[in-house]
Design a protein around this ligand. Structure first.
Ligand SMILES: Cc1cc2nc3c(=O)[nH]c(=O)nc-3n(C[C@H](O)[C@H](O)[C@H](O)COP(=O)(O)O)c2cc1C
Length: 193
């Protein structure tokens, strides 16, 4: 099994990466492969379609998804949002029914609002949202700050273990003949017609 993790920061090895790495380490310890994609630079350099395609296609063979974003002005980074807007429109089918989690990093404030934004992509696409023992946030301006945020570190580790457990439950369910539900044709209405 494999989980894909995405770093939506402009900093390749910053706080968001540090948080994602903690989650990945627990997944690896449970025998689940991981890959962390750094998308922030490509989005800001105007290569959003390229990186969305790369991650979107990789997701077809993955079992779980973790989105990491720094908090910018009490929201996800613009890079994360542009990436997710494109990813879910074009490759939502490769994400559907796969467990997901969002993690955020902030110096101080805006974490809960940012998590709300990110989790909405998952709950719009039939993805079981995996949680930890507190909201998935770390605090700091540099990776060493994050490692000093002992509660944040523990939250990330618990999240990784919880995601591994859910993945194994799904695998055991499949072996017992339990598949995800079949989609019915979707009803779409608006408030005019
Ligand atoms: C444009 C910008 C806006 C930011 N806005 C906030 C904010 O609203 N609240 C906050 O606590 N930190 C804010 N920060 C700080 C980052 O969220 C914080 O340093 C984060 O851990 C950086 O993660 P990274 O190293 O992965 O980029 C902001 C940073 C930048 C560059």
């Amino acid at each position: 099994m494999k989980a894909i993790l995405v770093n939506g920061s402009r900093r390749e090895k910053g706080c968001t990466f540090t948080a994602l790495s903690l989650v990945a380490k627990e997944l690896n310890a449970a025998g689940i492969d991981t890959e962390i994609y750094f998308i922030g630079k490509k989005v800001i350099d105007g290569q959003v379609d390229e990186i969305v395609k790369e991650v979107g296609e990789a997701l077809a063979d993955a079992d779980a998804f973790v989105m990491g974003s720094p908090v910018y002005y009490a929201s996800p980074s613009g890079e994360s949002q542009m990436f997710l807007d494109r990813l879910f429109i074009k490759y939502g089918k490769n994400l559907k029914f796969k467990p997901a989690a969002a993690v955020v990093s902030a110096r101080r404030a805006g974490t809960s609002a940012t998590l709300d934004d990110l989790n909405k992509y998952f709950t719009n696409n039939q993805m079981p949202v995996v949680s930890s023992n507190y909201w998935n946030m770390v605090h700091g301006s540099a990776p060493e700050d994050v490692m000093k945020d002992l509660e944040g570190v523990e939250i990330m580790q618990t999240l990784g273990r919880n995601m591994a457990w859910i993945l194994k439950c799904i695998e055991a369910g499949k072996a017992a003949g339990i598949e995800h539900p079949q989609d019915k044709e979707r009803v779409r209405t608006n408030f005019i017609r």
